[in-house]
Design a protein around this ligand. Structure first.
Ligand code: BG6
Length: 314
């Protein structure tokens, strides 16, 4: 359904949770839950869903929603003292009615600003004061842009350190027919082998089994090609040096209660992240991390994202 002008609507979603629906003129849309500050839907101008959301997703706090774009903060993964992927994804965010000026010259009119601040509850686990501002914007062409601004508001003079990821679940027609371009020949930490470091070989990445890798210091552009759908997702990132690639495959999928047994065939997580080198902010300092997604016909960029060429121009 195309609307005449961009719109931003606050309404009730599953389990009565507040959600914001962004709509652009050509009919593209996105949905953001205040719970987790989590994008759960992104649709193109044909109304086709582009993000995976598990059929068994639980929209009941404190369980994180399985699918869309969970925010991992202040800890990515299980390396650290906090719960897996930190607490931001299972907190209730607020609408930020008066965000500080945004320096980007984006022409987007369909956007929402959310904010998460430290609470007494979090303070016991992570004794720091912070303000996390998230802007979710839908561009006029349907691109989905997420910008995070995290500020250290500690009054005790102490810095804090965090890791981060936009844990994006892309919806794909068949994982066996998907390839990822832009990460070949790069180093990665293999989460399936106690984060040992390896170098990716050869050609574009394809999928034949479980994968859980943190590619480090990647180029800013990564493409996910869905052969069957003839669709390519282009992920652009800024301030986020790493990229996590995750698919649980059949055995692990069965062990995840909020994931259907065959769901792994239709999802691929490619996550713009800062994992290898944690980010440290002194009081008053702000960090910014941005991810921009677009979905284009597949002929667009196959073979053009060889990281060696992108990084070294050869
Ligand atoms: C990925 C991690 O980002 O998220 C995996 O690399 C993890 O190790 C996966 O299994 C899912 O995590 P969770 O906590 O949402 O089940």
């Amino acid at each position: 359904m195309s609307s005449e002008r961009p719109s931003v609507e606050l309404c009730k979603g599953i389990y009565g949770l507040d959600k914001v629906v962004l709509r652009e003129i050509r009919g593209t849309s996105a949905e953001v839950y205040l719970y987790g500050g989590q994008v759960t839907s992104w649709k193109n101008d044909h109304g086709e869903e582009l993000l995976f959301l598990s059929s068994k997703a639980v929209f009941k706090p404190p369980k994180a929603i399985r699918g869309g774009i969970p925010i991992c903060f202040p800890q990515f993964g299980s390396h650290g003292t906090l719960e897996q992927h930190g607490f931001a994804r299972n907190k209730l965010w607020s609408i930020d009615t008066d965000p500080p000026p945004f320096p980007t010259n984006s022409s987007s009119k369909a956007f929402i600003d959310l904010i998460l601040k430290s609470s007494d509850e979090d303070f016991k686990l992570w004794p720091h004061s912070y303000e996390f501002r998230l802007r979710v914007a839908l561009g006029p062409g349907g691109d989905l842009m997420l910008t995070s601004r995290i500020r250290n508001t500690n009054t005790d003079g102490k810095p804090f350190t965090f890791t981060f990821a936009y844990h994006t679940y892309f919806l794909v027609s068949d994982i066996s027919e998907v390839r990822v371009e832009g990460l070949e020949t790069l180093d990665y930490l293999d989460n399936l082998r106690e984060r040992e470091r390896f170098t990716e070989q050869g050609d574009a990445i394809t999928f034949e089994g479980e994968v859980d890798k943190v590619y480090v210091s990647t180029p800013t552009k990564i493409a996910i090609l869905d052969h069957e759908k003839k669709r390519t997702f282009v992920l652009r990132k800024d301030g986020l040096p790493d990229a996590v690639v995750w698919n649980p495959w059949d055995r692990k999928a069965k062990a995840i209660p909020d994931l259907g047994d065959d769901d792994y065939k239709h999802m691929l997580c490619v996550e713009a992240a800062a994992v290898e080198k944690p980010i440290t902010l002194k009081p008053g300092e702000e960090w910014r991390g941005r991810q921009e997604l677009s979905a284009v016909p597949s002929s667009y960029c196959s073979g053009q994202l060889d990281p060696q060429k992108v990084l070294h121009g050869s």
